[in-house]
Write a protein that binds this ligand. Structure first.
Ligand SMILES: Cc1cc2nc3c(=O)[nH]c(=O)nc-3n(C[C@H](O)[C@H](O)[C@H](O)COP(=O)(O)O)c2cc1C
Length: 337
């Protein structure tokens, strides 16, 4: 399939794997790129720029296809040295960066000087327009369904994507709730040039996470996510578990007086416990409503091939004939013309 996104990034299929903390390691990013999509290493999962440089070269040994690096500008407990991370990315020969969290404006000059294409993840049309205005090459439009940080506007993709299509001139991918060929075809119909998936890629053979995480996604339904940190205006969609129930209880008790320190135990240092050790009840880790559409744990290649083959069939065999049948019917009954 050829879209503005496949052309922009030099990839075969319009499918991107979004950055995921403790998940976007070389194993997953290289598998996605090898299968014809665009894999992303998650920059800040590497504790230092030097470690990111090592992860980039490890990934390069696993694939000769293009892959990118995610740089997330979110409120964290310690502020990372972003210029050094960007230098590691540029020196590692990376030419695609996915930014998220805050506007990448302060770093655009550095990205452009290094010939890096920037795709910025946004949860609103106004942020997408700002990204376009500051020179981003593409945006990833993240609807309210998404795993991770859906922003504070609560607009789902059925509305957000056509709104983005109406306003943007740069290409965009649909992110949040994307799982299969139906998602891809719907996203294309709504004006996107491809899809970005997070949660779905977690439940693949190559995702370098504990088996408990993959099993939890297969077991979960679309009703099993929760929104946390709303009152801090740092909303995150996470999979429910005992730690998250406790977090929500603290949020209810504290109300608008809630401080991040009140929920430190349920949000800080949770990722290694979940992703590496498989401790599923400890606290908040991002997960999309799309969990309800995940029923198996294929290889990345099986997943991507299946999406592309079924999208082809969906367009040609389900949607195409609807038009043709309409033509035949109206020809046989001129009253319908
Ligand atoms: C476990 C997990 C960790 C994530 N970590 C990050 C991150 O560190 N930075 C980021 O920009 N997005 C992060 N995301 C968001 C994804 O990149 C992607 O935008 C989102 O998952 C899309 O929604 P979906 O889960 O419905 O596919 C994370 C998502 C998940 C599921």
């Amino acid at each position: 399939m050829k879209t503005r996104i496949t052309e922009l990034f030099g990839i075969e299929h319009p499918i991107i794997q979004g950055g995921m903390h403790f998940v976007g390691l070389a194993e997953l990013a290289s598998a996605v790129s090898q299968a014809g999509g665009l894999g992303m290493l998650t920059g800040l999962t590497q504790k230092t720029p030097e470690l990111l440089a090592k992860e980039i070269s490890r990934c390069r040994q696993m694939t000769d296809k293009p892959f990118g690096v995610n740089l997330t500008f979110l409120p964290t407990f310690s502020s990372p040295p972003y210029p050094e991370y960007i230098a590691a990315v540029a020196e590692g020969g990376i030419r695609i960066v996915e930014t998220a969290g805050r506007s990448p404006e302060p770093y655009m000059a550095a990205f452009k000087a290094a010939g890096i294409k920037v795709i910025h993840k946004c949860t609103s049309v106004r942020h997408a327009l700002k990204a376009q205005q500051i020179g981003c090459d593409a945006v990833s439009v993240d609807g309210f369904e998404c795993g991770g940080h859906p922003g504070e506007d609560d607009v789902p993709n059925m509305i957000l994507l056509p709104r983005a299509a109406d306003e943007l001139s740069i290409p965009f991918v649909a992110s949040g709730g994307m799982a299969d060929a139906r998602s891809l075809v719907a996203a294309l119909a709504l004006g996107a040039e491809g899809i970005n998936m997070g949660t779905r890629f977690l439940a693949t053979k190559e995702a370098p996470v504990h088996q408990n995480v993959k099993d939890a996604l297969v077991a979960a339904s679309e009703l099993d996510t929760r929104l946390v940190m709303r009152s801090l205006r740092n909303t995150e969609r996470v999979l429910k578990n005992a730690g998250v129930e406790r977090l929500l209880e603290i949020e209810r008790e504290k109300g608008s007086a809630l401080q991040i320190s009140d929920i430190y135990e349920q949000v800080a240092g949770v990722y290694p416990k979940v992703m590496v050790e498989g401790m599923m009840e400890v606290g908040a880790w991002s997960c999309g409503m799309v969990a309800g559409l995940i029923h198996d744990i294929p290889t990345v290649k099986e997943l991507i091939d299946r999406i592309m083959a079924e999208a082809d069939a969906l367009i040609r065999r389900r949607l195409g004939p609807m038009l043709l049948e309409g033509v035949t019917r109206s020809r046989s009954n001129p009253a319908l013309v």
